[in-house]
Design a protein around this ligand. Structure first.
Ligand code: NAP
Length: 252
């Protein structure tokens, strides 16, 4: 008897790490809901997955909006089936030194990373507990250890780790694992935006970062997708509440 297709949700999947994760989980045989703020922006990733023989849908939703999250998850259930894999990847940065950081900078980052992960996970957990199987993977960051100019982001990404460990305690007995991945420098529009903010060409910015990384290169979305694929696999059922630093070296 063949294993039924699993349904995965990846948030912030129109580009960057989320797009890489969506493509990888589809290649692993899952049906994938590609969720991002703008549904149209998700379509190229869906088309790439379909062109490779996989199954995917584009869903527009703001993960920080409770009604939008409920609607998105209902659509996924109706169109792809009950989701048992959730990757909370959607993210934003609003970097500034503390004395210049606005309340809006703080709230926006908290809302997307923490409220977003909470709303998505709460909406999806019942399908996982009913199935007695679930895999939750949350995107933290090496910035969780503290990073100049990122008081908001560092606090959110450290919060993601506490959230993940608590999910592991609460959901373990239902066959649901929760783990976090803390990437180092990954080449995406997010790191390109940081380079632009500090006024350094992206290639120079990457070369500078690579000098500090033991494996002597910056990361790509596929590096993170590979780790997500492991945590999402059936065989990883005894691995829960962990934070894996995927940073080209021993960052933690
Ligand atoms: P990215 O290229 O900026 O992509 C993030 C995606 O999330 C964008 O498509 C963005 O949509 C979407 N998004 C933002 N707010 C959202 C919301 N409220 N609801 C739904 N989608 C939303 O970022 P990335 O570099 O791939 O990062 C992905 C995750 O990894 C983030 O959680 C980030 O913090 C984390 N991370 C990244 C790095 C790195 O070096 N790149 C390192 C550590 C951790 P819009 O384009 O419409 O804004």
């Amino acid at each position: 008897m063949s294993t039924p297709t699993k349904t995965a949700i990846v948030t912030g999947a129109a580009r960057g790490i989320g797009a890489g994760v969506a493509r990888r989980l589809a290649a692993d045989g899952m049906a994938v809901a590609v969720i991002d703020l703008d549904e149209v922006a998700c379509k190229p990733v869906v088309e790439q997955i379909q062109a490779a023989g996989g199954r995917a849908i584009a869903v527009g939703a703001d993960v920080a909006d409770e009604a939008a999250v409920t609607g998105a998850v209902e659509r996924v259930v109706a169109e792809l089936g009950a989701p048992t894999v959730l990757v909370n990847n959607a993210g934003v940065i609003r970097d500034n030194l503390l004395f210049r950081m606005t309340t809006d900078d703080w709230d926006t980052v908290m809302n997307v990373h923490l409220r977003g992960a909470f709303l998505m996970t709460r909406a999806v957990q019942k399908y996982m507990t009913e199935a007695k199987f679930g895999r939750i993977v949350n995107l933290s960051s090496t910035s969780a250890l503290g990073n100049r100019g990122q008081a908001n982001y560092a606090a959110a990404k450290a919060g993601v780790q506490g959230f993940t460990k608590t999910l592991a305690f609460e959901l373990g007995k239902f066959g649901v694992t929760a783990n976090a991945i803390a990437p180092g420098f990954i080449e995406t529009e997010m790191t390109a935006a940081t380079a632009a903010r500090v006024g350094i060409p992206f290639e120079d910015f990457k070369a500078g970062a690579a000098k500090e990384i033991p494996v002597a290169r910056t990361g790509v979305p596929e590096d993170i997708a590979h780790a997500v694929s492991f945590f999402a696999s059936e065989g990883a059922g005894f691995v829960s509440g962990q934070v894996l630093y995927v940073a080209g070296g021993p960052k933690a």
